[in-house]
Design a protein around this ligand. Sequence first.
Ligand code: SF4
Length: 80
Amino acid sequence: MKAVVDPTLCSGHARCNAAAPEVFELDDLGYAALASGGAATVAPEYEQAARDGALACPERAITLIGQTTTPQNRETKAKP
Ligand code: SF4
């Protein structure tokens, strides 16, 4: 999964950071650091945190792209 923050929408509420500090760091002005460009790769163990952070954003500035399959999911799918 990758996380992208639209710099034209990010207004510095910092709610993403409050919900998922592992994924959404803030810059010196309190805006999501990702708003300065680029996409961050989200480690599988932080994907739920990334979803929580995206849902917490009142500006809907966060886009999550793709999703990896966790080892736990793979094990579940392999069972009949
Ligand atoms: S919650 Fe949304 S608007 Fe606020 S800093 Fe995070 S991405 Fe930007």
